[in-house]
Design a protein around this ligand. Structure first.
Ligand SMILES: Cc1cc2nc3c(=O)[nH]c(=O)nc-3n(C[C@H](O)[C@H](O)[C@H](O)COP(=O)(O)O)c2cc1C
Length: 187
């Protein structure tokens, strides 16, 4: 089984990231290749990166860092559920990524990104240099959701269509392949 960590990047009250994640997570959970864990950055509530040592030394001094380190360490692959703010990632996500180093390495990642016409794609592109610096493999298959505001119903649920469903299935297939291929590098 592949341990898949789904990271909810937005921490705003009323965030769309939560209903989007609530749509995606059961799809991943229904896929027998994956054990799914969700890391909600709003719940984790990491402060601005406050470790005195370089993350690569793995000499963490704060309990919140040790907890986050254990979560990322046990993952084999990542899906970031992410908005874009001013064409870049939500700051809580960049902050959470910067906390750690070795825990990310040689694992594939994909994205359920959302926004207006850009569908969060600019945030994804902006995240890639950070992820590749950490030896994360961002796979090309992802789920970009344009016009997300119009897809939230009166109950606050995300209304996916066939494109989103197909995109999620293709992305999970890609993550499964890459996770297997990268396993040798992780050993
Ligand atoms: C600070 C801020 C900047 C934004 N910048 C963009 C943007 O660059 N592109 C875009 O498509 N939407 C942008 N939006 C609109 C977001 O797509 C929309 O508010 C979305 O719901 C944000 O995700 P969240 O609700 O999960 O935080 C921005 C929203 C905020 C709050």
């Amino acid at each position: 089984m592949i341990n898949l960590l789904v990271v909810i990047a937005s921490v705003r009250p009323g965030r769309v990231g939560e209903p989007v994640a609530n749509w995606f997570v059961p799809i991943a959970e229904a896929d027998e290749r994956f054990n799914v864990e969700v890391a909600d950055l709003k719940v984790l509530d990491l402060p601005f990166m406050d470790e005195p040592n370089m993350p690569g030394r793995r000499e963490y001094t704060k309990e919140h860092t040790k907890k986050w380190s254990a979560i990322v360490d046990r993952a084999d692959a990542f899906v970031f559920v992410t908005p874009e703010y001013n064409a870049t990632p939500a700051p809580a996500l960049k902050n959470a990524i910067d906390y750690l180093y070795h825990e990310w390495a040689f694992k594939p990642a994909s994205f359920v990104s959302y926004g207006g016409v850009w569908a969060g794609a600019r945030a994804v592109q902006a995240l890639k240099p950070t992820l590749t610096q950490l030896s994360v493999m961002p796979v090309p298959e992802m789920v970009p959701i344009p016009g997300v505001a119009g897809l939230i119903d009166e109950e606050g649920n995300f209304q996916a269509d066939e494109r989103h469903e197909k995109g999620a299935a293709t992305m999970l297939g890609s993550l499964a392949k890459w996770s297997g291929a990268l396993e040798t590098l992780r050993q």
